[in-house]
Design a binder for this molecule. Structure first.
Ligand SMILES: NC(=O)c1ccc[n+]([C@@H]2O[C@H](COP(=O)([O-])OP(=O)(O)OC[C@H]3O[C@@H](n4cnc5c(N)ncnc54)[C@H](O)[C@@H]3O)[C@@H](O)[C@H]2O)c1
Length: 255
């Protein structure tokens, strides 16, 4: 289902994938407050409806895109639909991901394929459609969401971490090619935010202690602090920044 609610006369739109999740929702709200009309893309369900209703309550123009990111034709159709419905696409945030946790020796290849389809192939496909829509306007910004796990490795997440490295590689490759079209491409690498993703970590309190021990800042991050960096990277304040990856991790990884 695609449906839109228009409350603003902003001429430009931003699309956030995985907008039913904590970091995607915070990003959709932040970009809405920045003045974008926001396309929220995710699988259908209560969490996506909740994001839509929070945007509606805030008076933010938005468009709901119920899409399975494993379907690349559906991605292209949804982005074009949003571009027509709520304004020319000026920003894409490739944020959706899946993160099955399993020992490398036990990962079935079908599971690996699924992770690649959502976390890597869909990022490529969405960026391609977005860039095709942005190029005629000579303007646009794409942000790919990686993860600090890519820097140092992590057990039981080999498929996921491979795709998060790919997000950084894609960012660098596209920034070179799309710069000539006035399109900037950057990445963010979150550390450990206390979201649903942490359910794979077992004892939550122990994990929280582990996180804080490794961070320079001795507190947990808030999804709004993730969204603020994405806002910077899609906004004009970062107009001379492209091809970069910013770690948003309270000072865990420093490279
Ligand atoms: N939370 C963290 O601490 C953390 C750390 C490092 C990286 N990240 C990255 O941040 C991003 C957001 O993470 P989050 O914590 O909000 O996770 P989340 O699981 O809450 O959100 C991910 C969203 O992606 C959606 N999604 C999954 N498969 C899909 C599909 N086939 N089609 C459409 N949508 C699909 C899910 O429905 C979900 O809403 C991810 O890229 C994740 O890898 C998060």
């Amino acid at each position: 289902m695609h449906g839109s609610v228009a409350h603003s006369d902003r001429r430009e739109s931003a699309i956030v994938t995985g907008a039913a999740g904590a970091l995607g929702r915070a990003t959709a709200l932040r970009l809405g407050h920045d003045g974008f009309a926001v396309g929220i893309l995710d699988l259908p369900g209560d969490e996506l409806s909740e994001t839509a209703s929070q945007l509606a309550s805030a008076g933010i123009a938005h468009h709901v895109l119920e899409v399975d990111l494993r379907d690349t034709d559906a991605i292209a159709a949804a982005l074009r639909d949003a571009d027509e419905a709520i304004g020319p696409l000026a920003a894409l945030v490739n944020n959706a991901a899946i993160y099955p946790s399993r020992a490398f020796l036990d990962i079935p290849i079908d599971e690996y394929d699924d992770v690649v389809a959502v976390n890597q192939r869909a990022y490529f496909a969405a960026a391609q459609t977005a860039a095709r829509l942005m190029a005629p306007h000579k303007r646009g910004a794409i942000v790919n969401v990686g993860s600090i796990t890519w820097h140092g490795g992590w057990s039981n997440l080999a498929s996921y971490i491979s795709t998060k490295g790919a997000a950084v590689a894609l960012t660098r490759a596209l920034s070179r090619e799309l710069g000539t079209h006035g399109i900037r491409v950057n990445a963010v690498a979150p550390g450990a935010f206390p979201t649903k993703a942490e359910s794979i970590q077992g004892d939550q309190q122990e994990y929280s202690r582990f996180v804080i021990e490794h961070q320079a800042l001795k507190r947990r991050g808030n999804p709004a602090e993730f969204a603020a960096v994405v806002s910077f990277l899609v906004g004009d304040d970062s107009s001379f920044v492209t091809g970069q990856t910013i770690n948003i991790d309270g000072g865990w990884v420093m490279e």
